[in-house]
Design a protein around this ligand. Structure first.
Ligand SMILES: Cc1cc2nc3c(=O)[nH]c(=O)nc-3n(C[C@H](O)[C@H](O)[C@H](O)COP(=O)(O)O)c2cc1C
Length: 324
């Protein structure tokens, strides 16, 4: 059987080269624990930071060895969240969307692995510079926030740079990957594993409304787009350069291109957006998934998703080896 141990599995002491993305609001302790118990590494989505929610999620993860992820620019506003979470001894802390430097020493001192998610080659340089244990090259196909590089060329370019700099970091590919073909392809592009968001968003353990789950089962990869309107409606001021990939639904069609009008109407639109989100309305709020939606036909337990990905990846790699 094809051996899929990589620098990532050896570095983190896990069985499979699969990490679940720290998805704000959707990735709680139950999902992270299920991923870690199935042999990957599960990350709790620290998102914009809520200390009591984070405590609850770590409690739910129980004795599973999970990690946590933060949105770096947001963490700078409330750095005590990191201090509190490190007391729960996370296996890893992922930082994304901002300069990791202010947090690196504290994460290291707590003995957690540092994962830096990157959207540009400049970010990869930063991650190498701070000595990240794991670097994620995130392509634009990704669900949620991201930027503009495509996964297929960004990952090998990042791999080349990491190798040229003789950096010890393991590399994860992210963005548009959801099955064993994606894992096999990521390994061939020079990655040591994958970080999956959308695929685990569509799992039984994710904190996602059933109507939103139904929407992803029906979606193709064409049905998403990058936009800022979901952030305007949520009144979250994201830094320039990052947009969110969400389902291209009635809300997005109405406001994308009319951002100024949405800003002016936000006092009315923000509560409507939030209510539609909590009701699971698939049209009048942000439905957070990426292009991998087109590869997902069923909501499944995270452990089954991992077992299927590993089986398919081994088959794909054996087929490739047979061609050689
Ligand atoms: C619902 C959702 C929420 C996300 N929230 C975050 C987040 O809070 N912090 C973060 O670093 N990345 C977040 N991401 C992006 C992921 O870290 C990851 O890059 C992405 O999911 C990978 O692409 P994929 O969705 O095609 O698997 C989110 C993604 C999704 C789908």
């Amino acid at each position: 059987m094809t051996d899929l141990s990589t620098r990532l599995t050896r570095r983190l002491g896990i069985e499979h080269p699969i990490v679940s993305a720290p998805m704000a609001f959707a990735g709680g302790g139950a999902l992270a624990a299920a991923v870690s118990r199935a042999g990957g590494l599960g990350l709790i989505g620290g998102g914009y930071g809520d200390d009591s929610w984070l405590e609850q999620q770590f409690d739910q993860a129980g004795d599973a060895a999970v990690g946590v992820g933060f949105i770096t620019w947001s963490l700078r506003k409330s750095p005590s969240l990191l201090t509190a979470v490190l007391k729960r001894r996370p296996k890893a802390v992922m930082l994304s969307f901002g300069d990791p430097r202010p947090f690196v020493d504290e994460i290291r001192a707590a003995g957690a692995a540092l994962i830096c998610q990157c959207q540009t080659i400049d970010h990869i340089w930063d991650a190498i510079d701070v000595g990240a244990d794991v670097i994620v090259a995130q392509g634009t196909e990704a669900g949620g926030h991201g930027a503009s590089r495509g996964t297929i060329s960004f990952v090998p370019e990042a791999a080349d740079l990491i190798r040229a700099q003789q950096a010890p970091a393991a590399l994860l590919a992210a963005g548009g990957l959801a099955d064993g073909r994606g894992l096999a392809a990521a390994l061939m592009l020079g990655a040591d594993g994958v970080l999956l968001g959308t695929r685990f968003w569509a799992s039984d353990e994710a904190l996602v409304h059933p109507r939103h789950h139904q929407a992803i089962v029906e979606a193709t990869g064409d049905d998403t787009q990058r936009t800022s309107v979901v952030d305007i409606a949520r009144q979250i001021a994201w830094p320039k350069g990052f947009t969110a990939r969400v389902r291209a639904n009635a809300f997005v069609r109405k406001w994308h291109g009319n951002e100024q009008a949405l800003r002016e109407a936000v006092a009315l639109e923000a509560p409507k957006y939030r209510q539609a989100f909590s009701e699971g309305d698939p049209e009048q709020t942000g439905v957070w998934f990426g292009e991998a939606a087109g590869l997902i036909g069923e909501i499944r337990p995270a452990g089954v998703i991992i077992a299927d990905i590993m089986r398919e990846a081994r088959q794909a790699l054996s087929r490739a080896a047979a061609l050689a």
